[in-house]
Design a protein around this ligand. Structure first.
Ligand SMILES: Nc1ncnc2c1ncn2[C@@H]1O[C@H](COP(=O)(O)OP(=O)(O)O)[C@@H](O)[C@H]1O
Ligand SMILES: N[C@@H](CCOP(=O)(O)O)C(=O)O
Length: 324
């Protein structure tokens, strides 16, 4: 249950008085999500999401995230749009936390995506990369290759409690990726966490992308590699090449990959799996007493890594020189 901060009715009323969003009809806490406290607000002008940022989101990063959502929405992407107060402020404070109101997006996320969802996601991801063009702010990716060793070192001594030899195989992956991580790829704004829970669908079409709180400036193809990991593996950890093909082809219909991006796709996919394995492993080993949210299983990404280690060419993810 991701409501970490209780908000008394009077505090909410005082906060909302600064906005032109009509009269509050009802509100309730949202159970989904892990990072922040979210409420849905119903007012006489429609529905909104109120987010109170909890400890993991750095306050200094909020101008980037809010500015980015405004930029993307202004460029036609269906994403939450920060609502400004009558005085023009997007960021406020409620119950001691930084807080914003954003527009509500219709749609539902899919738990088990099919080929058609992967196709729609590929198109939406390329649309996001295009919509990010011209955004003036930069945010280096703190969870790219330079950020992985500190995570590994925080978990190394305990890793084999989670799975036999996990520390040794992770050490090898990390060394290989550090030695070969490409630094010369086309890039710009990436989402960096476009998992199924952050994508809404209406029928077969993507109706909205949410949760931009890992967004940063990095290689576009790395974002695609994150999505191949999150969307194209089956429950038994077999990679579904048909899903990968649909996602990559739809992405390429908007933004064709360069030869260099194709060449390094296996490395990027392996690095993306390592990134999520490591953050999950650290969280798994450090569950705070009385935690409300169950940590995500790092071994889901250890199993994906077992697949990536055997991949040599982008074709194995569904890339094809003919269909793109
Ligand atoms: N703009 C939005 N429109 C509709 N629902 C939203 C919106 N933002 C968040 N939600 C709902 O709140 C949940 C948690 O949001 P999310 O940003 O993923 O939280 P967290 O950052 O805490 O993981 C989502 O799964 C979705 O149900
Ligand atoms: N997608 C990450 C965890 C981040 O969770 P989110 O609710 O903020 O998307 C993972 O699966 O490890």
């Amino acid at each position: 249950m991701a409501v970490y901060t209780e908000v008394p009715d009077e505090a909410l009323a005082a906060f909302l008085a600064a906005y032109d969003i009509g009269d509050l009809l009802s509100y309730k806490g949202i159970a989904e999500g892990v990072e922040n406290t979210n409420f849905i607000l119903h007012t006489t002008t429609g529905s909104y999401i109120l987010t109170l940022y909890e400890k993991r989101v750095k306050e200094g990063d909020l101008p980037f995230f809010l500015g980015l959502m405004e930029h993307l929405a202004a460029n036609g992407l269906a994403c939450p749009q920060p609502i400004r107060t009558r005085d023009g402020a997007a960021l406020g404070r409620l119950c001691g936390r930084p807080a914003v109101i954003v527009s509500f997006l219709e749609g539902v996320s899919v738990r088990r995506p099919g080929v058609r969802h992967c196709r729609a996601l590929g198109r939406a991801l390329a649309g996001l990369h295009a919509a990010g063009a011209g955004f003036a702010m930069q945010r280096p990716n703190a969870l790219s290759v330079a950020g992985w060793r500190p995570l590994f070192e925080a978990a190394e001594s305990q890793a084999d409690r989670v799975a036999p030899n996990l520390a040794a195989r992770t050490r090898e992956d990390l060394a290989l990726l550090e030695a070969s991580w490409p630094q010369d790829l086309p890039g710009g704004v990436i989402h960096a966490d476009l998992f199924t829970d952050n994508v809404f669908f209406l029928g077969d079409d993507v109706s909205g992308l949410i949760d931009f709180y890992f967004a940063c400036t990095d290689a576009f193809a790395y974002d695609l590699a994150i999505c191949l990991n999150a969307w194209c593996f089956e429950a038994d950890y077999a990679f579904n090449r048909t899903k990968g093909q649909a996602m990559i082809a739809a992405y390429q219909a908007v933004r064709p990959l360069t030869a260099r991006e194709v060449e390094v796709l296996p490395l990027l996919a392996r690095g993306a799996a390592l990134r999520f394995m490591l953050t999950r492993l650290v969280d798994w080993l450090n569950v705070p007493p009385g935690a409300l949210v169950k940590p995500k299983d790092p071994l889901e990404y250890d199993r994906r890594l077992a697949f990536h280690r055997k991949v040599a060419r982008a074709e194995e993810y569904g890339w094809s020189p003919v269909a793109g």
